[in-house]
Design a protein around this ligand. Structure first.
Ligand code: NAP
Length: 483
């Protein structure tokens, strides 16, 4: 099945930080793929902006390199040439007053205007102010801001206030690229588009939920940033929180931005504080091949966690008593992100103890190979009586939706097109971000006050021993981390 592409209105997209890593790896290649898919109108404009001195042809050469490196398989010379006709560059300093008038001249009136803040958050306020001051933002304007959205509740609030000074909430698009993933949206389709799951989606039938986001890489070149952040701020407060919300939320009345975001906010507000014994922090040790976390960040005494596991509870009618186990970390056994909804045992086995008992598990896999599997219990084939086994019903989206895996849009390209369409459903609202920080801040404050040292774990393991114990104590176990 070939995906249906609905073209968007003519637009001008200005990428502040247009020469940076994010622009080169994600934004520009993503736009190119949407162009190839036929979604971009002929007169759309993409304008890179940064302090560096470049002309259009130099920026086009940089964009072409980025597309060839990160644009996927369908990079024909003709498509690249046609795409580059839409690409321009302007020199502008977020903190200065030069270049803004020239940028304004490039923006025709009466079209959608999107300003992507792909720069350090410390520049967000200055950019927002100048967009207004120099008259670049009009009624059809919107801004896109990247993570990290704050470092804690205090800084997130400050960032929200400064943006709100110049832009209304419905003009602010806070990106969490996890929400742009095909599987994450399919999670909503599966939950709310089928009769099958929703009646079972509660504490009565669900034993527990596991959310795992495992990486094999270390902090690499991001050491100085990561060491000030850690797994809790870098992954749990934003990406994992969003996944948890989509799993746990009540059905919104409509698939509309505020209806969905209101329900997500209720989940965050229903989260109990996590006691210290339900939380494990870890840090990878070095081996002969790879350095330890402390070596990676060049601070032998760093107490920042590269791994966190916790047991969360959503205290509401639907989920009372159902644990949500969360773990995320670097330098783990495999690169995988998944949500597993583990259903309870059937109340009675008619087959007797020898047949074995199996549980239904719905696994929503974000990477690798986005898709879902549902473990169902069947009879072991062959003679020898009734013995039961698990068989997965497998729905790998790339196979199911299109013969060409390249056609499954990347999260960034989908979200950028949503910005142009003016659809905020998959973007975080300011109050959601603040509520998420309000939940994680006390956990971080508490371990900082205790001077907690993270537990070491081996590279290639599944995290520290205590993370395994977190589930063992409850008579459960983590799913294997498999790539
Ligand atoms: P980067 O590689 O350091 O690039 C920064 C960009 O901002 C460059 O184009 C730089 O060009 C421009 N810039 C810096 N100061 C400026 C100023 N005063 N006025 C105008 N432009 C300025 O950073 P990045 O990795 O692309 O990250 C950009 C943002 O996205 C950050 O907030 C980051 O946290 C976030 N983010 C990045 C990733 C990622 O994968 N890279 C993922 C998630 C979120 P000049 O120096 O020439 O001005």
């Amino acid at each position: 099945m070939v995906s249906r592409v609905i073209p968007v209105d003519p637009f001008d997209l200005v990428i502040f930080g247009g020469t940076g890593d994010l622009a080169r790896r994600k934004i520009l290649p993503g736009l190119f793929r949407r162009f190839v898919a036929g979604q971009m109108p002929d007169d759309a404009q993409i304008i890179g902006a940064a302090r560096g001195d470049m002309d259009d042809s130099e920026y086009r050469a940089m964009t072409e390199d980025a597309i060839r490196e990160f644009g996927g398989r369908k990079v024909s010379d003709d498509a690249v040439a046609r795409f580059l006709e839409r690409v321009h560059f302007t020199t502008v300093d977020a903190m200065g007053d030069e270049g803004w008038a020239k940028l304004a001249e490039k923006l025709p009136p009466g079209r959608v205007r999107a300003f992507y803040f792909s720069v350090a958050p410390s520049l967000f306020g200055a950019l927002a102010e100048r967009l207004r001051h120099f008259g670049l933002a009009d009624a059809a304007s919107r801004i896109v801001v990247e993570k990290p959205f704050g470092h804690d509740l205090h800084s997130a609030r400050a960032l929200n206030r400064v943006l709100e000074e110049y832009f209304a909430e419905d003009e602010i698009y806070r990106i969490d690229h996890y929400l742009g993933k095909e599987t994450v949206q399919n999670l909503m389709a599966v939950r709310f588009g089928n009769m099958l799951f929703e009646p079972l989606w509660n504490a009565q039938y669900v034993d527990h939920i596991q959310i795992t986001v495992a990486e094999t890489v270390g902090v690499g070149g991001r050491g100085s940033y990561y060491d000030k952040s850690g797994a809790m701020r870098d992954m749990v407060q934003n990406h994992i929180m969003q996944l948890l919300c989509l799993i746990a939320m009540e059905p919104p009345a409509r698939f509309e931005p505020d209806a969905v975001r209101d329900e997500k906010l209720k989940v965050i507000r229903a989260l109990d504080p996590v006691p210290a014994h339900h939380l494990v922090r870890g840090q990878y040790s070095g081996n002969g091949t790879h350095p330890s976390y402390c070596d990676d960040v060049e601070d032998p005494r760093s107490r920042t966690e590269s791994f966190v596991a916790l047991r969360a509870h959503v205290s509401n009618w639907r989920w009372a008593g159902t644990p949500f186990y969360i773990r995320t970390g670097k330098r783990l056994r495999a690169r995988t992100s998944e949500i597993a909804v583990v259903f309870k045992d059937a109340p009675h086995s008619i087959f007797g103890a020898d047949a074995g008992r199996h549980r239904n598990v719905l696994v929503i896999r974000l990477q690798p190979n986005e898709g879902m599997t549902l473990d169902v219990t069947i009879k072991e084939p062959g003679p020898g009586g009734m013995r039961l086994m698990d068989a997965p019903l497998d729905l790998t989206f790339a196979d199911a939706m299109s013969p060409d895996a390249d056609e499954v849009p990347d999260a960034y390209e989908r979200l950028i097109m949503d910005v142009i369409r003016g659809n905020q459903t998959l973007f975080m609202r300011g109050d959601e971000v603040e509520a998420a920080w309000a939940w994680t801040d006390p956990l971080i404050d508490e371990w900082e006050a205790r001077g907690d040292v993270p537990q070491p774990y081996d590279i290639g393991a599944a995290g520290p021993e205590d993370a395994l114990m977190l589930m063992h104590r409850d008579g459960r176990k983590w799913r294997e981390i498999r790539g």
